[in-house]
Design a protein around this ligand. Structure first.
Ligand SMILES: [Zn+2]
Length: 86
């Protein structure tokens, strides 16, 4: 996917605007300077963990048919309930 975008000449997806010159701190600077690489790395890790049957947030075994382990599944349930109330 990255190769396809590079061929278009921009090197980054549409709407993927670089952050303004000033940064809050060095962590923000690092994030914006390495955003594309980090995004690719995280997506690859997600795929790997999922394929290996491991939780995507830790190294524990995931629940069958899910991408989370038991702990993170419960955690995500509570988070999602807060985000999307019934
Ligand atoms: Zn986990």
């Amino acid at each position: 996917m990255v190769e396809k975008l590079k061929k278009r000449g921009r090197g980054r997806p549409v709407g993927f605007v670089k952050h303004p010159v000033e940064y809050e701190d060095r962590f923000e600077k690092f994030y914006y300077e390495n955003r594309e690489r980090l995004s690719v790395e995280r997506k690859n890790r997600y795929k790997q963990q999922k394929a290996a049957g491991l939780c995507i947030r830790c190294k524990n075994k995931s629940v069958e048919g899910r991408v989370f382990c038991w702990t993170h599944m419960l955690e995500s349930r509570t988070t999602q309930k807060k985000r999307r109330p019934p």
